[in-house]
Design a protein around this ligand. Structure first.
Ligand SMILES: *Cc1c(COP(=O)(O)O)cnc(C)c1O
Length: 431
């Protein structure tokens, strides 16, 4: 017997999982060969890229000390930001504990580049839920881009979920200052963009208006492919450290990386003009950020292997998933179509029951800041809300899709998914 099948047998016994489900799991994992190999190859490439960055920057013990107060001359912060920039193919980066969410990182990037009267083009359809509030729906929305007098246009994705390149080109004019691209599917039923597709958008933008900037919401995309969008010409990428690039270790934080000219504006917007990126105490967190970023390619690999397994297993059970086990991966998120509220809620609770933290807590749907509808989040994490750890997010709305992501090891993802399906099975919610 191979060690993978042995793991499923033992997990089945330890947790009393239905035998026919264990048999199905072995079949699903047996089908993952090529997809798992691809993910491991990408991981090894990214590991080497990151390793080189640490050595090039000369990371040392002295970078782990940290500063307080203003954080002037914080060596750890400077090294961390150089490592990020180098690994991401960017000219400069800001990596800060004071950026508390991915939403804040994207909002900062947008606010830094846009001035009253400018036009923002959303090139990949409606953006992630929390960003809709950042953009605003009417000029009365306090703090929103609309209130700042920015005009917003949107180009929807094509029916197959790919960007509508012709329409993007046609909608760029002399007032277009920023073209916004969302790489990940977020909470929408569409494939993630590939970095190549983002590169094509950059090409179109450059042709249509050479002064317009491309800002990419890179959440959930880091290290899924060999390059980040910055290496294909994107001007700014923004993301969260409690997703991929924190490697499950960073206790908080966010980043922005990109072209010098844009990063200068980001720095001034983030603190204050004149202070820029030269202040910002790290309070001793630099070691965790550096350690997490170093581990991130491996964490992303494990999360992807788990997602590929889960996608295959759900398809064997007759559920639609996005992406399919052998489809291109542009983010770590797996969409699973549950079709009704009961199944979705049961699955989320099953994932939570299978977590190392808060397994005894039953998650309830709740309103969340930034979201319009109730959201159910399953998964007990060491870092609050960290979706680099195994979690499932479920906006409670049609078509009742759950979005599964993260996990420190594919075995953790597999166990969580099996126990959650077993739970649904016992409740008569799956055949
Ligand atoms: C998670 C996410 C965000 C927002 O990040 P938060 O940390 O939840 O604020 C934005 N865009 C996408 C695509 C995301 O996946």
């Amino acid at each position: 017997m191979n060690s993978v099948d042995g793991f499923f047998d033992e997990a089945g016994q330890v947790y009393g999982i239905d035998e026919s489900l264990i048999a199905l799991a072995k079949k699903a994992v047996g089908d993952t060969g090529h997809a798992w190999d691809e993910v491991e190859l990408t991981c090894r490439h990214n590991f080497l890229k990151v390793m080189k960055a640490y050595q090039k920057v000369g990371v040392g013990d002295h970078h782990f000390a940290g500063t307080t107060g203003y954080g002037y001359g914080d060596l750890g912060r400077e090294a961390l930001e150089r490592v990020f920039a180098d690994a991401f193919g960017a000219e400069r980066a800001m990596v800060r504990s004071q950026i508390s969410s991915g939403t804040q990182a994207v909002a900062l990037g947008l606010a830094a580049l846009l001035l009253p009267g400018d036009e923002l083009l959303l090139s990949t359809g409606a953006p992630y839920d929390t960003l809709q509030k950042v953009i605003g729906r009417s000029p009365g929305d306090a703090g929103s881009l609309m209130e700042m007098g920015i005009n917003v246009k949107q180009v929807d994705l094509l029916p197959d979920g790919s960007p509508d390149l012709d329409a993007i080109g046609e909608n760029i004019n002399s007032c277009t200052k920023v073209v916004f691209v969302q790489r990940s599917k977020g909470y929408s039923w569409r494939p993630a963009l590939s970095v190549d597709e983002i590169g094509r958008i950059v090409g179109i933008v450059r042709q249509a208006n050479s002064r317009a900037k491309v800002l990419v919401d890179n959440c959930y995309g880091e290290f899924v492919e060999r390059d980040e969008p910055t290496a294909k010409g994107a001007d700014l990428i923004c993301g969260s450290l409690i997703k991929n690039p924190g490697g499950g270790i960073a206790p908080c934080g966010g980043y922005i990386a990109g072209k010098d000219e844009c990063m200068e504006r980001v720095a001034m917007k983030f603190t204050a003009p004149g202070q820029g990126d030269e202040i910002g105490p790290t309070l001793g967190l630099s070691r965790l950020f550096l350690q997490g970023f170093f581990l991130a390619p491996f964490m992303v690999c494990q999360a992807l292997k788990g997602a590929i397994f889960a996608s295959g297993l759900f398809r064997l059970l007759g559920f639609d998933t996005i992406p399919g086990p052998n489809d291109h991966k542009g983010d770590i998120v797996l969409g699973i179509l549950f079709g009704n509220r009961e199944r979705l809620v049961s699955f989320c609770r099953g994932i939570q029951e299978s977590s190392p933290v808060n397994a005894q807590v039953l998650p309830e749907p709740a309103p969340m800041p930034g979201y319009d509808h109730e959201v159910l989040m399953g998964g007990g994490t060491f870092v609050q809300g960290a979706s680099s750890e195994l979690t499932v997010d479920a906006p409670l709305r049609e078509p009742y899709a759950g979005y599964l992501q993260g996990g420190f090891a594919w075995e953790q993802v597999a166990l969580g998914v099996l126990r959650a399906i077993d739970r649904m099975w016992r409740q008569g919610l799956v055949d």
